[in-house]
Design a protein around this ligand. Structure first.
Ligand code: AMP
Ligand code: GLY
Length: 435
């Protein structure tokens, strides 16, 4: 069978790599792909992003299944578009993808269905937003409504930071637009800047990702991301600088609570609202000292870089699982996991996350082994030379018996890699080691 993976990140490289392990899969296409999927002769990059062109390609090549990696095409309605043409695709519809693409939609949904999350209010008026933070005090969290590639959230520890965040998100100078926030349309159809302001949640974060076929749910292995750029969780928020799986903070008790208080009410709530959820559902959890999980955010896709360690641990045939997920028979699936831990370290470009530099030549990527692989993200082949082409460039991922053993292995794996301005964290997995 032939499969198409849509996207160009490390997550999509890992999905394609995993699909190739299926005895049922002959060819994996990646659209548009990256330098890693382009240089593996078992994978084929397809330089398409337009929905019509992609659907035409799927028909022409008789592709059995399409899997969507990133939120952009999902929020743009690619699943609706493919289904209308009778094509098999795994992901949420545009309406269901609002769980990620609109913070205001997600918060209202959680409130309506009593799903644990931070208390909040929504604002389009800057003066009202300023008054709200004054009355609530810091710490407080300001979020732009609309997709913002991880840059639309400010965790303000002082009132001054909170006011500044409101000014740039709701400001009339278009500052939020230049930072790439895609505003959502209001009731009148006009796209207006809107912010969600919510209370600060204490605790430890974990990524809780499940697969849904509209009614059945299968949970993937748990994981933990490292969102800040610098060691010790300092510096600006990023898309994620490294991850490992499983996350020990998700004890069996926390897992059961997350399923029964967050995931299942979400799936049932979406079905009840007439928007059945199909696809990967990612709940970003904040777990407090008492082991109570609350939802920080929903994503309607796999996490990046969480997918790289998660799929390295998956022993089941991903293609077979995805066919069940698109056929409404996920109740027949029980996923098998490697008992070892997997840990991935992201290597980012000079200037990431604000202004990543492109075009730096990359050298020294080690060959894949059974315990170590370097997934590509922002890379491309230019005249046969691998160069940087995005913020997060590579993700070195290893399997080991513990996080403590994985750490030296992953840094040994990435040691020969060289490009100008490369940056990576030296402490991925520090919370698990502390436990
Ligand atoms: P989000 O894009 O909503 O996941 O937010 C990005 C990051 O900001 C999260 O991963 C958290 O580290 C932090 N964050 C978001 N909301 C809250 C909150 N209510 N309390 C504490 N931290 C938060
Ligand atoms: N690593 C966080 C995310 O994928 O949203």
């Amino acid at each position: 069978m032939k499969v198409l993976v849509i996207g160009s990140g490390g997550r999509e490289h890992a999905i394609a790599w995993k699909l190739l392990q299926s005895a049922k899969v002959q060819t994996v296409y990646v659209a548009p792909g990256n330098g890693g999927t382009g240089s593996d002769n078992r994978l084929h990059n397809v330089p398409l992003t337009d929905f019509t062109e992609l659907a035409d390609f799927v028909v022409r090549e008789r592709i059995a299944l399409t899997v969507v990696g990133p939120e952009g095409p999902l929020a743009g309605g690619i699943v609706d578009f493919f289904r209308a043409r009778g094509l098999r695709i795994f992901g949420p519809t545009q309406a269901a993808a609002q769980l990620e693409s609109s913070k205001a939609y997600a918060k209202a949904f959680m409130k309506r269905h009593q799903i644990p999350t931070a208390a909040y209010d929504t604002f389009t008026d800057a003066a009202a937003a300023h008054a709200y933070v004054d009355s609530h005090g810091a710490s407080i969290v300001i979020k732009a409504d609309g997709l913002a590639a991880g840059k639309g959230v400010v965790v303000a520890t002082t009132l001054a930071q909170a006011h500044e965040a409101i000014d740039w998100m709701l400001g009339t100078d278009g500052a939020a637009n230049t930072l790439g926030v895609q505003h959502n349309a209001g009731a009148d159809g006009q796209a207006v800047p809107r912010v969600v302001i919510e209370s600060f949640l204490e605790g430890e974060e974990a990524s809780f990702i499940v697969m849904c076929d509209g009614k059945n749910v299968v949970s993937l292995a748990t994981s933990q991301d490292h969102k800040r750029l610098l060691d010790g969780d300092e510096g600006p928020n990023t898309g994620g600088m490294g991850a490992y799986s499983p996350a020990p903070v998700v004890t069996p008790n926390v897992h059961a609570k997350a399923m029964h208080e967050i995931i299942l009410p979400t799936i049932h709530g979406m079905a009840k609202d007439g928007v059945p959820f199909t696809g990967f559902l990612y709940a970003g959890l904040m777990i407090d000292a008492q082991g109570q999980p609350r939802t920080v955010e929903f994503n309607c896709r796999l996490g990046d870089p969480e997918t790289q360690p998660i799929l390295m641990r998956l022993k089941s045939d991903l293609f077979v699982v995805l066919m069940h997920a698109t056929g409404g028979t996920l109740d027949e699936v029980e996923l098998q996991w490697d008992r070892r831990v997997a840990l991935g370290v992201v290597i980012a470009a000079h200037g990431y996350p604000y202004a990543p530099r492109k075009g730096d030549a990359i050298h020294g990527i080690p060959a894949e082994t059974a315990e170590g692989i370097v997934f590509h993200a922002g890379t491309e082949l230019r005249d046969g030379q691998l160069v940087t082409s995005g913020g997060r460039v590579l993700c070195a991922t290893v399997l080991a018996d513990s996080v403590k053993q994985a750490q030296p292995l992953v840094y040994e794996l990435l040691q020969p890699i060289r490009f100008d301005g490369m940056q990576y964290r030296r402490d991925i997995g520090h919370r698990a080691v502390k436990r």
